[in-house]
Write a protein that binds this ligand. Structure first.
Ligand code: SAM
Length: 271
């Protein structure tokens, strides 16, 4: 967590009076994120009475092992990283920009809940998308679920996006370790520019970057969404009202699903 992005009164003399109002933080650094996003503790996998393997295990132990390890590591580390991030911005006079927030969270994986990951695997297997796009890749845990399903389908590719080059590098390493990197591409930089050029229509879009950017990113990608495209938006409790109003308005059929801490699942009605 380098100090490059840290704002001080000297850098911004016009903002000499720090605000401690938590509402001045963007959604991704609001304190309520801690318990909600929190350590994505791995759920104990239920074992059925007849000893059958639990159904929410991917049909590839190599991938599952990588996902389990990363999910456990996130559970052990993320809360501390986020606490340090909150402490670092506590006396900032302005909320961190999305880039600064990404830098502050560089060591946090913040992965999707295993239920959400399993749902993504299911949807990709069921819909057989040609192109999946992901806003917010981080260490690549959601990408692992998606890429594994694409690999198992034998068709399609996923394009992820990540601000932090170090995180994108880690994500690529994890995809390679799991043996599914050949169906994945991670674009490094701001999704709002990096996802401008796409090789075809989007069949499935995962929104899992900073929450206040969901609406601008979605609006930007809307011309690329094919009719019937699925938009999966993680972290329902943190989603801005304007975003929910948009996907619950004309042009979509949308509802929440009680997976993880809640997701919004929207189908685009026309392209
Ligand atoms: C919640 S994490 C993503 C977790 C990931 N989907 C997973 O399940 O492993 C959000 C990530 O989005 C990245 N991010 C936020 N805004 C972004 C933007 N505008 N462009 C690219 N990446 C962004 C952050 O750096 C952070 O790593």
């Amino acid at each position: 967590m380098a100090g490059r992005g840290r704002r001080t009164d000297r850098q911004h003399p016009g903002h000499a009076r720090p605000s401690r109002d938590p509402r001045h933080r963007p959604h991704h650094l609001q304190r309520p994120e801690l318990p909600r996003r929190g350590p994505p503790a791995r759920r104990a996998r239920p074992v059925t009475a007849d000893g059958l393997a639990p159904s929410a295990v991917l049909p590839d132990p190599r991938v599952q092992q990588v996902i389990d390890r990363l999910t456990d590591q996130a559970g052990a580390r993320d809360a501390d990283v986020m606490k340090r991030a909150y402490a670092a911005v506590a006396d900032w006079s302005e909320p961190p920009s999305p880039e600064q927030a990404a830098e502050l969270c560089e060591e946090a994986a913040l992965p999707v809940d295993p239920q959400v990951g399993t749902y993504l695997y299911q949807m990709v297997r069921a819909l057989r998308p040609s192109l999946v796009v992901e806003f917010g890749t981080s260490f690549g845990i959601s990408t692992l679920y998606i890429a594994t399903a694409l690999r198992d389908n034998g068709t399609g590719r996923v394009i992820g996006s990540e601000f932090q080059p170090g995180k994108a590098q880690k994500a690529l390493g994890h995809l390679t370790e799991a043996g599914v990197d050949h169906v994945a591409e991670i674009r490094v930089g701001d999704a709002r520019t990096e996802l401008n050029e796409l090789p075809g229509p989007i069949d499935l879009l995962l929104l899992d970057g900073w929450k206040e950017l969901y609406l601008p990113v979605l609006r930007q990608l809307e011309p690329h969404l094919r009719a019937g495209a699925l938009v999966v938006s993680d972290n329902l409790p943190m989603l801005p009202t304007e975003f929910l109003a948009h996907v619950r308005g004309p042009g979509y059929v949308s509802q929440e699903l009680a997976l993880g801490e809640g997701i919004e699942v929207s189908v685009r009605l026309s392209s």
